[in-house]
Design a binder for this molecule. Structure first.
Ligand code: CA
Length: 448
């Protein structure tokens, strides 16, 4: 069986899709031209297909949908094109839309006071939702990250620009907003806060707490109480010059002079750069060790704000010029590292001297951390020190996330191999010698 999404045009960042959701015999996915589709898992036939936005206005979707409390939830992309972000809730059986929760509030809604009252800036305010959220069935809350405020140049915006560059906690049945937290208030750095929020119950000051952990593009690793969104800890994991620290009492970043210099029209070197101190590839958590494992990106971006010009639907709308600064050859692309999320202490880190990692991490109970390299090697890392214990060449680059499962008493690890997305279009040097491709690899973990 096959099914062709028949996408008319690619809006941003290459042909990319981060996965599907499955539920009650159906497979759900989104498309680059802004549809949500349900397929019959046995026959591959389309059961329903609903348009959620107009792709010609810059709306698209690449993320995997989420099923929570019987509701299908989908996100969208496009904050570089002046979109207004949202999440949609659907009836998975029929495709009826149950609700829409905008991540940028409109007139009369709570949070609109963080936008200019007398303009339509909120209609182009960004806050896209292009990475799948996490669901806590016990609390019946879905946690979903929100992307950069738009345009990057904040001359049309004022205030914090809620709920962009943060996380929202919503009820899956209704889309009701229960709480929010903003990683980067009044974001002007393209610090999409969409990436994964890891849910765990951990001991904080000898008390078990329900937490949400998140390593943001802005360079901070956060631990929030996921019942109410209050900050428990926030520590930098990468070089940064936009903020000094997070004030735990207020939950707000203590800013440096960088934002003022940007707004004044100065060309500045910004750390982390627009790709962030960590991007979307998910981190792993080992509850026994109390450590998170992830790959950082160690790159600045030179940014200068320029006049915005007129908003034109479907056209890039950022009001900024950027370039990658000269980097000494010995400077690493990033690190893969193990960090204590509560103290911010780095237990170990390994420099990435050839290419950055764009693959997710997976921690197993047996003390391994699996991830992949853009050059195709699927690797197993010793969780104790970061040493590579095993590797296998998959034939193309890996920028997906491994999974593990047991079947008939044996544990398996599976990963997808095949370069795509931003690395396929952004002139990434690895593309010069790594072939594209699409394959799935499964390995069995044998006892010693
Ligand atoms: Ca962005």
């Amino acid at each position: 069986m096959d099914w062709d999404p028949a996408t008319p045009r690619v809006v941003c960042c290459g042909v990319s899709n981060k996965g599907a959701a499955i539920y009650n015999g159906k497979l759900f996915r989104t498309t680059l031209d802004a549809f949500v589709v349900a397929l019959d898992m046995k026959t591959g036939k389309e059961v329903w297909k609903e348009k959620f936005a107009e792709w010609k206005e810059g709306y698209s979707s690449t993320g995997a949908p989420l099923i929570a409390n019987g509701v299908l939830i989908t996100g969208m992309s496009g904050a570089e094109y002046g979109v207004r972000g949202f999440l949609d809730g659907w009836d998975p059986d029929t495709g009826n839309k149950l609700w829409r929760r905008y991540t940028v509030p409109g007139p009369g809604e709570i949070g609109f006071e963080t936008w200019p009252a007398d303009t339509d800036a909120y209609r182009h305010g960004g806050g896209s939702t292009w990475i799948t959220g996490s669901y806590d069935p016990g609390l019946d809350l879905v946690y979903w990250g929100t992307g950069n405020a738009a345009p990057w140049n904040p001359s049309l915006r004022s205030g914090d620009s809620l709920y962009t560059a943060g996380v929202v906690a919503i009820r899956p049945k209704t889309g009701e907003l229960v709480w929010h937290y903003q990683w980067t208030p009044n974001d002007m750095y393209d610090y999409d806060g969409v990436n994964e929020n890891v849910l765990a119950d951990i001991k904080v000051d000898s008390q078990m707490r329900k937490v949400l952990m998140h390593a943001d593009r802005n360079g901070f690793l956060y631990v929030l109480d996921r019942i109410d969104g209050k900050v428990i800890a926030a520590h930098p994991f990468e070089k940064m010059n936009w903020a000094e620290r997070i004030d735990i009492a207020s939950g707000r970043p203590v800013l440096t002079e960088l934002s003022k210099r940007l707004i004044a029209g100065e060309e500045v070197e910004m750390w982390p750069g627009t790709r962030g101190g960590k991007n979307w590839a998910p981190m792993a958590f080992n509850p026994k060790k109390g450590l998170v494992y992830f790959s950082s990106l160690h790159r600045a971006r030179v940014v200068k704000f320029v006049p915005l010009g007129e908003y034109k639907p479907g056209q890039r709308f950022v009001g900024a010029e950027t370039k990658v600064p000269e980097v000494p050859p010995e400077e690493p692309w990033g690190y893969y590292m193990a960090v204590d999320p509560l103290t911010g202490e780095t237990k170990w880190k390994v420099a990435l001297s050839d290419f950055a990692f764009w693959a997710g991490m997976l921690a197993t109970d047996g003390g391994l951390v699996f991830t992949g390299r853009q050059t195709g090697e699927f690797i197993a890392i010793d969780e104790a020190n970061g040493e590579i214990l095993w590797q296998f060449q998959t034939g193309s680059g890996i920028n997906s996330s491994p999974i593990t499962y047991t079947f008939k008493g044996r544990q398996y690890v599976t990963v997808l191999s095949g370069l795509g997305g931003l690395s396929a279009v952004a002139g990434t040097p690895v593309r010069q010698f790594v072939p594209s491709g699409g394959s799935v690899w499964t390995f069995v973990l044998l006892p010693e």
